[in-house]
Design a binder for this molecule. Structure first.
Ligand code: 2AM
Ligand code: CA
Ligand code: CA
Ligand code: CA
Length: 262
């Protein structure tokens, strides 16, 4: 497998998809509700996913592709080469803010993350990683994350985590929020993961994420020493929708044991 060729092709395809999304902001975007008024999809989510499916199928007919909007293959296992793409992560931001959304992509070989990308469309910031070869931001190497104390940490967290919910004990999460330097909420899982791998945030957690939200970010995380997993410290299963945590390695264990495991 020519990983370098796949990397070049993936980055070119992501940038072209980004250009298409930017152009669409000058036109009328068609918005549809999926499960609720906070779970939206637009014509661009669908068109961009179809673009990835067509490009990958043409370039690598033996590979499979999984996308949020369902235009790729129906994937039940990760044998062989699987591309996992979220054409727009942060659809609500795309619709309401015209910024703060990403394209994210992971390429997995027999379940192992080989290549990962998070591309912030409106700023053009490209974070990329090849397994074992490090991660880059706009072509510059990203250093390994240095340890950080809770007292100095910024944590990406959605307000719904502090409201009572079935996954966690909200009183303990409140203690966490009172201990750290601050919290932030950006509305795009991939964007928040990109902030953790670059040290702009020190941890991020979210209740129900799927393979396409995190596949690219998990490959990048591995290269900078950030840890990804579930609320219980297990590896995130890409075949399941479930809670997801990414954290600076110095925070991860205490974060889940003292604050998140119910
Ligand atoms: P999306 O924009 O690709 O749907 C905040 O909404 C973050 O959670 C986004 O990264 C969003 O991805 C993700 N998310 C996952 N499932 C969601 C859902 N059912 N409704 C809203 N956001 C969801
Ligand atoms: Ca969605
Ligand atoms: Ca998503
Ligand atoms: Ca999406």
């Amino acid at each position: 497998m020519d990983v370098h060729a796949i990397d070049q092709f993936a980055q070119k395809t992501i940038r072209e998809a980004g250009e298409r999304i930017k152009h669409s902001l000058n036109e009328t975007i068609k918005v549809m509700e999926k499960s609720s008024s906070s779970d939206l999809v637009t014509n661009m989510d669908m068109e961009i996913e179809q673009f990835f499916v067509k490009e990958v199928n043409e370039a690598y007919p033996e590979h499979r592709i999984l996308g949020e909007e369902g235009f790729g293959d129906s994937i039940q296992h990760l044998n062989g080469v699987v591309w996992i793409v979220d054409p727009i992560d942060g659809t609500t931001n795309f619709i309401n803010q015209h910024r703060n959304f990403c394209i994210t992509l992971g390429v997995y070989v027999d379940g192992m993350g080989m290549l990962g990308y998070i591309y912030q469309v409106m700023t053009g910031e490209m974070i990329a990683a090849v397994q074992g070869q490090g991660a880059t931001i706009n072509g510059q190497p990203i250093p390994k994350l240095p340890p950080v104390r809770f007292e100095d940490a910024l944590i990406g967290v959605n307000a719904s985590w502090v409201a009572p919910n079935r996954h966690i004990d909200h009183e303990r999460v409140t203690k966490l929020i009172q201990r750290v330097r601050g919290t932030r909420s950006y509305g795009s899982a991939a964007l928040e993961i990109s902030y953790v791998v670059t040290g702009r945030l020190d941890a991020y957690f979210s209740m129900r994420l799927s393979a396409w939200d995190v596949a690219g970010g998990m490959v990048i995380a591995q290269e900078v020493g950030a840890i990804c997993g579930t609320l219980h410290g297990k590896p995130f299963d890409l075949m399941k929708k479930q809670p997801f945590i990414i954290a600076n390695a110095s925070l991860y264990k205490e974060l889940i044991e003292d604050y998140l495991v119910k």
